[in-house]
Design a protein around this ligand. Sequence first.
Ligand code: BES
Ligand code: MN
Ligand code: ZN
Length: 495
Amino acid sequence: MDFAHVVADPLKHACPVLVLGCYADDFRGRFLAELDESLRGCISSAYAQKEFVGELNKTLLLNSCCLIPAERLLLVGLGKRDELTPDRFRQAAGSAATALRKSGIRELSSLLHLADEGGAETLKATVEGFALGSYAFDQYKTSPEPGPVIERATLLFTEADVRDSDIGRLLEETTAICAAVCFARDLVFQPGNIVTPSYLADKGREIAAGCGIACQVMEREEMEQNGMHALLAVAKGSHEPPKFIILEYRGGGENGATTVLVGKGVTFDSGGISLKPREGMEKMKDDMGGAAAVMGTLMAVSALKLPLNVVGLIPAVENMPGGRAYKPGDIVRSMSGQTIEIVNTDAEGRMILCDALHFAQRYKPRVLLDIATLTGACVVALGSFATGLMGNDEGVKSALKQAGEACGERVWELPLWDEYGELMESDIADMKNAGGAAAGSISAGWFLHRFVGKTPWAHLDIAGTAWEDKGRPYRPKGATGVGVRLLVEYLRGVK
Ligand code: BES
Ligand code: MN
Ligand code: ZN
């Protein structure tokens, strides 16, 4: 979707549709009275007849019957005025985009971003809502449905709105971030027969070439030399060779501190020998959602030219049963030297992450973050409404919580008290790879924490947030691209 901005009088602006934000309890919104009058009271009569009362995410498409140059008016509800948040603008814009797509409209003009005095923050949220809400993955539909994409959004402003503000730059940055989210969504939507570890490695090289960042791909042999036997154990059951993808963005100079992002890249998780139940197994193509988020974040970070050094590490494997597959009872030595007794081959994410987290310490990171579709238990705990957060550093955790609130990708912390370590004790190795049913997300987090040393670290469990089952205003059904906006927001706050 392309964005443009113009200074124009809404009553004189010709366009296929004008999107107007409306409140549930206040009929005095900006432009409302003028538009209502020009349209001979058709907005107030919609309110009076309770056809549309400004309820959040509700929309009403009206034909302007040539009373104004705009052919149509789309009213979109923002809910009660005193309950307004930036995320409500994101949602309302997403709902508007969905409604317009269904009506076959390809181009919109917006007044929605002017519905409050939020300025840049409101504008950013609205643009995100339009761009993310109109996303669709229809590459495999021979005849695309359910209709056209919205190609262009024109944002209207008054002279006073544009004074002292750099709208062009804000639009450029926001659309770059949304493009990175959509890149991540595309990658997660792609099926496992397309997205293999080799495909991820090719994507890494491709984005690196396009964004001016460095990309290196480690092959099995080099991983063996490094002693990454936890990662390699998972790869053994598959015919697809494992890849370890390294992306390096150096915007912070030679001596600047580095933030390392590790993303779980299991391109399909069958569970391995501890095979998953058949019901819903197809969804396990999304088990590289962390990898997609890291790639998208690096794309965005380089587009924004952030003055930081950011390294992305992606251990990529396919988890399959097979004659050579790793088995329950096996013991492997991780790169850190710690030994792991395998009790469940379906706990493969932590196996690949632990070697990546150990490897990450080469960069002497100021902060180490990992993002992974790690545990079903996280879906049980938080549903699709929040990403699980664990870590060893209060500053990093609170910065992530703040970033989550600001961008609408919420995170919620789970504890990592020492006692949880008991769940992972093994009789014959340094630890098991899985605990029991109790505290499944935390025991996974606890396992990871044994591989980060003293590095300030946080773990993001996106098992519940990487895929949206129902479809929400700016998160259409399917891959959400979660993590990109969260990590970019976090990194923008790093001083
Ligand atoms: N990729 C799964 C986690 C997952 C489950 C993501 C559901 C999204 C939705 C992970 O590899 C896994 O299988 N975890 C196991 C761990 C258990 C064996 C300790 C789980 O959560 O059941
Ligand atoms: Mn698994
Ligand atoms: Zn998995």
